[in-house]
Design a protein around this ligand. Structure first.
Ligand code: TZP
Ligand code: MG
Length: 213
């Protein structure tokens, strides 16, 4: 499987990134220290996702950051992305794995310890755990679980976890203390006046917390 680093995981939202756009936001975030970028665009179809995804792939080439596509496995394959992220209601992980192949990265969202425990480590490379806090970025999100819920989800699985949901710089320490390998954010970077600086603030805090361990 392709190596990956969950430390600072940017999820792109076309609405929140509307100012400078998703490609420029991703470029800035990676310059600031983002290690993974997920294209999560529910506004267009596969053709649009493929178009943006190819531009993202070019923008991230040579940076070491991984490009993940949300939901749309066919688009991920067409883009030649590093991986795919699916939710509980999306394509089953066995089918997603079969379509993307053994080398690609497969992420799965979980919202409870039971769902975390049910994730198959033979198929799933990382879990997206949360939502830690309620967030307007995803109005239809499941019940927010807080840090106790996050800890329970992470403890229920041997699969590396990245935490998501309303997370900001001040949450880096408790997220890492909960056992997450990293922090996933949308609005803490997308649409910020200076996305590179926003990513750098998060990356610096991750470094600082790890160096105190
Ligand atoms: N999945 C659970 S919460 C969420 C997703 C995609 C949105 C997180 O956005 P933000 O702006 O970082 O709270
Ligand atoms: Mg989904």
């Amino acid at each position: 499987m392709r190596s990956f680093d969950l430390s600072l995981y940017l999820v792109l939202d076309p609405g929140l990134c509307a100012g400078i756009g998703m490609v420029e936001t991703a470029r800035a975030a990676v310059a600031g220290g983002a290690t993974m970028v997920q294209l999560r665009d529910k506004t267009g179809g596969t053709a649009r996702t493929v178009e943006i995804g190819r531009a993202l792939k070019d923008a991230l080439a040579g940076t070491g950051a991984r490009l993940i596509v949300n939901d749309d496995v066919a688009a991920a394959v067409a883009i030649g992305a590093d991986g795919v992220h699916v939710g509980q209601g999306d394509m089953a992980v066995a089918e997603a794995r079969a379509r993307i192949g053994p080398e690609a990265i497969l992420g799965l969202s979980v919202e409870t310890p039971e769902l975390a425990a049910a994730a198959d480590p033979a198929l799933v490379d990382y879990i997206g755990a949360g939502p830690v806090f309620a967030t307007p970025t995803k109005p239809d999100h499941e019940q927010a679980v807080g840090f106790d819920g996050l800890i329970a989800q992470i403890a229920a699985s041997s699969i590396p976890a990245v935490a998501i949901g309303g997370l900001k710089v001040r949450h880096v320490a408790p997220v890492l203390a909960a056992g997450a390998r990293g922090i996933a954010v949308v609005s803490a970077i997308c649409g910020q006046p200076d996305p590179e600086a926003a990513a750098r603030d998060l990356a610096k805090e991750i470094e600082a917390v790890r160096s105190r361990r």
